[in-house]
Each structure stands twice: as structure tokens, then as C-alpha cells.
Ligand binder design. Sequence first.
Ligand SMILES: [Fe+2]
Length: 474
Amino acid sequence: MTRPFPNDPMLQDNFAPVMGECDAPDLVVIEGELPEGLSGSLYRNGPNPMFPPLGHQHHWFLGEGMIHAIHVENGKAAYTNRWVHTDQYKVQRAAGERLCSTSFEDEGAPRNDIRNVANTNIVHHGGKLLALDEGSLPVVMDARTLETRGSTDFGGKYVGPFTAHPKLDPRTGEMLAFGYMADGPGTAALSYSVIDAKGALTRHDRFEAPYASMVHDFITTDEHVIFPVFPATIDVERILNGGPTIAWDPKVGTRIGIMRRDAGVESIRWFEGEACYVYHPMNAHTVHVDGRTRVIADVMKYPRVPLFPNADGSPAGRSLFDETALLVRWTFDLDDNTSSYREEPLSDLGGEFPRLDERFAGLANRRGFYAANRRPPSAANNSFDTLVDIDLATGQRHEWEPGEGRFVMEPVFVPRHEKAAEGNGWLVSLVYDRSRNLSDFVVLDTDDIARGPVARVELPNRVPFGFHGNWRNN
Ligand SMILES: [Fe+2]
């Protein structure tokens, strides 16, 4: 028997882990009907710490990953959840106690050498379902049972950490990826890799970023790769002097590297901007106007990295909502000889988890989706309360608020059919209902999400607030 989890907001309420793995074969559709054309699985990943933290410090990002799958077919839905059974999971389960730290500051944990939380994203590519964090290799899971098959290094060819946010090219079927601290802890090295549609590694390069930092995501277009480097710095000297491992250090500014996909890493051009932080871009595309090439990137921008301390060690807030991210558009003129770029606002409603109709990933897209805060979060254990569908050309938004005490997760778009117009389909997400202490799988019609769910399916347990999910058609 393990001890109780401490009274930390990131371990309480719906941030607390669920302690069981289960299969629920036939879920109750408590509202509406599952659309006939909706056939596939929503996979979601998030931290679900298997034991309490070692010391008093716990970071939301470092709990062991649990996958939740909702399989939908013929108007019926089934649910399965499993921890990702990494070596970290297996060794700790066998020992019956925590051996890997859930803090970025080393607490002398005995087995940090096997750390792989696999808790951030779950992506299907090359015939494999991959659970991802940003410091390890991808972990292959069974797409139906969620049984863990083990880590993959793409046939022995991939070395170093692999991002939780690879990009799937809808035209070529390639998966484009990067890794940070690619030459080991504290290094500024980034890797850039391409995995072809069949899952074979075809490119695996390394280069130096302007400084070492936590690089959570990147963006690709049909022609370019964009490597954003923000001042959530990892400074070895600071760490050796007892300072924080990852910290906000605005004096180094924002640096954005842009490379043609058909060029070498030595050709990366670095743009410079004011200090800010972006966990998640929505999309980017390349345009050619009057003989000039521009890269346009839409990103969810925070004025400062949430959840990490200042470089002098002074603490940050413990909630994601201490800072507000706004959707902005960045324009990079590749034929201009300055290193600056232009910014314009796209929405005045703050949020996170920006997504799109993935058939337009890397191409010009008009519709975007995200989770927002319509009501200012009143408590550290609250989360996003509104789903947003935005027309990026007009700024017009359609929104759905599930109501008091209910919180939404990242929205995932599913096209109505293969040839449906951009954004025509369903938005699927999970909603936590505090009054029932349960989560629901919801399906919204993107004709007008404000009408509320066309189907709401009760899950057998709550799904803790987590990170990312993706849909895979049957
Ligand atoms: Fe993320």
C-alpha cells in the first residue's frame, strides 16, 4: 500500500491520478447519438503519477503517462485505459514504490537513469501507435488493447530524445521530428529527423541552437521547418550553482530558426524577437507573393513560460493559468535581410491546445480550434472551460461552454468524410464534470459547436487533465 498523495494542486481534484487500468466494452450514450459516419478511436495521453512524489516537489509534466482510448463504431463506444508500461513503469511497479523523480530538480532519485514518462502525446504513424514525451524514444502501443510493445529507435538508427510533437505531412505521409538536448543533458544541440510513411528513418541531422532551452514543439510547412527557441533556458552553470534546471531568462530573447526542408541544417536562418513562450503552435504555411517567400505561423503565445521559476530561482505560480496565452500570427519575410518578424493578434480569447483540420497541416488553413478560458480560473485546480472554433480570416468564433464545474480538454478535429471541406466534421474532446467526478466523451458538429454535443458518452472513470490526443479512423 502506498502513502497518500500530498496536498499539491497538481495532484488534487482532476489533476490527481486514477489508480486503475480498465476496459469498458459498451459505454452509455447519455445524450444524443454517435454520428453514423464517426468510426475510429480517440487516443489521449497525460501524466498519471503511479506513486506520490519522492520529496515535496512535484511537476505536472513528470507523472507517468497513461493512455485513454475511446473506440467508436456503429453508434457504440468502448473505453480502455493503460499506463504506458515503460521501463520506468515496470521497475517501479515491481518495487512497489517511486524510484524516478517527478521534479526537474534532482532529488537523488535512485533510478532517474531509466526515466521515460511517455506522458505527452499519442500519435499513429507508419502502422504504429506511439506514446511520446520529449526526452525519450517513442513507445509503441497496441492500437486496440493499449498493451505496451516497447521503445523504438527506428531500426537502431535514431539516437537521442524525440519530441512529443512530431508533424505528419498530409501530402507525403512523412513524420518530421526534432529533439532537444540532442548531445546530452544541458546541451544546445537540436536534432532534425524525417521518418517516411512506412516508418523508416530517412534523415537524422544535428545542429546547435543559439542557447539550450526547453523546446516543446516546432512547426513545419510543405517547404520549410521552423525551430522556435524560447527563453525557458537550461543553463549548466546555473544548475551547478544550485539554480533551477529549467528557468525563465528573458534576456536571451526569442530565436526562431527557419530552414528549407530540402536544405541542410547549416542553412538555418535565425530570426530574433522579444522574449515570450509558445508551448503550441497551431499551424504554419509558406507563401510566395510578388517573388517573395514568406513563412506564416499561428501560435499560442504566453508573455512568459508558465510553470517554471525565474533564472534567479524565484518561484513561478503553480498553475498553467498564471499566464494567459493568446493566438497570434507571425510573418517571416525570407527575402528581407533583417532578422525581425511581424506579429499580429488573431483572437482576444486566451487559451491553449490549438489544433486544426490536420489535412491542412503545413498548408494555408482557415479554421482553427482550441481550449479557452471564458471564466477566469478561480482556483489552481481548475482548467479550460470553453471549446473554440475560429475562422482565422474573419476572427469570428463559435464557442461551446459545457457549464459550471465542467472542464474541457484539447479539441481534436475529425473530417465528416475524406473529401469534406476544411473544418467540416466533428470536434471530439473529453469533459470533466466535477459534480459527478466523471468524464464524458463529447462529439460536437463543426457546423456550429455552440449548439452543444450531438453525442455525450459517459466514461467509467474520470480522465485526469492531461495533454494531447489524436483521432485515428477505422
Ligand atoms: Fe504539448
